[in-house]
Design a binder for this molecule. Sequence first.
Ligand code: HEM
Length: 508
Amino acid sequence: MWALLALLFTLTFLLWSWWKKSVRLPSANFPNGPIGLPLFGYLSILTEKNILVALDKAHDQYGEVMSVNIGPGPRTVVTGDYQVLKEVFKDDKATPRPADQMWFHKEFRFGDDATGARGILFSQGEEWHEQRRFALRRLRDFGLGKSSMEELIQEEIQQLCALLEKEVNHPLKMDLIYNLSVVNALWTLITGSRLPLHDPHIKELVHKIDELVKERGTGKLLLIFPWLRHLIPERIGWSKQKRIFANLFAFLDKVIEEHREHFARNKEVVKESPNDFIDAYLAKVDDSSPGSSFYGEQGLKSLKIALLDLLLAGMETTSTALSWITLYMIRYPEVQAKVQNEVLTQVGRSRLVSLEDRANMPYTEAVIQEVMRISCNVPLSVLHSAQADIHVGSHRIPRGTSIIQNLHRVMSNPRIFAEPAKFRPDRFLDSEGKCYVKNDHNIPFSIGRRDCLGKSLARAELFLFFSTIMQRFSFESVHADLSKINMEPIVNFAQTPPPFEVIIKRLK
Ligand code: HEM
């Protein structure tokens, strides 16, 4: 009798909490959306091969501002409307990251409930402001928009081209080819020293970051049901993530320690003229006072996580964009020929392409923009959450609600980009096809106060890598019939191209 009552009570409680979190909207004017199942949430997200297709279907039914249950947690608002994104993210009201992921940041980002995570990507409030401001300024000082950065990227491209020279005329897998060069440029910026592309350290770093990003992709279940890490840590990928993070941290600890020793011996010189990002950060730690996120031990923890964030956020994204560009050039050789023609006309063969050439190369710029749009590298951006109640049209999004920016939805809106599934670089050109035309709705780097911190660097890299390679090489398919090329993205948290091979030919 008592056992039956207890069972009944438990069932009622479970049903009630499911109803409260998944079925009932937090308020009458909360964005509507599909009803989630107990435990699993909006099942299509898990069962559809592609989460973006699942969200598109839900948007079609519930509108551009809707809510879904991801797992058993409270409803998350999803919006794929450009005007809403622009309005909501223009100031600080939606800059925080969701608090319910703190279990993860406690483990890997020195996180705590009161002040959030260290670093840039998941920090909050004043700490985020301070860290972001510093990183932006320092990236600028060490090159963004300055010739030194340009020279650094050009140097990497020379190394890459030398490597490609050795690989001409036979099928080549593109996996991790760009990653090495992209991470090396970042590494130079951070540590002041560049490594040859065949250096085992840089290869190790690339593999670790790549493993981590892929592991995070497959670890979807872990994000939805974090408690599983206590029950089946091996099977759910938790143990593996811990191992990879530990390796990465050992890597970063070593380079930070070397810089600290050098800083201790040459403090005044380094402060006067820091050689790299770590030097500048150590100088800031030395000059800061209690209360600052740069102060003392916390400052050193924040440094480690800031480095991790720059590498994690900067490597895979830029390399994936370059891989997508390569795949589209194989699939559309006529577009590739036009880019090559533009590079040879504007730059010729005898000198390096520079960022100044960008203004005279509208077609190349349009191709990059169109690949970024159609491949939409980071389709759901990074989760945000509401700092205070947010009013959007007739909706109210209560404080603490998680918000997904559906960038894919914005960039495939047929009212803005006609026939969005078609690859058409000329949509970014004027009617005569001569001038590049910016479209504000193309937002691969997200939008607002917390958009991508590395977007200028990424844009510079994409232009210089792509146009310099096109100045010297052609990409060709291994398939005679180009329609056979698989262009279907692999969708996790990022959209990556399917594995593919390319034949690299010297440009005649
Ligand atoms: C094609 C390349 C890239 C793409 C598509 C991309 C995209 C994004 C997106 C969508 C976000 C989320 C913004 C938000 O939360 O609203 C982001 C954040 C971020 N990105 Fe990038 N990114 C790229 C390259 C880079 C590079 C090269 C760096 C490093 C130098 C970088 C560093 C960051 C950082 C640190 C953040 C977190 C910003 C913050 O939380 O304040 N990204 N990126």
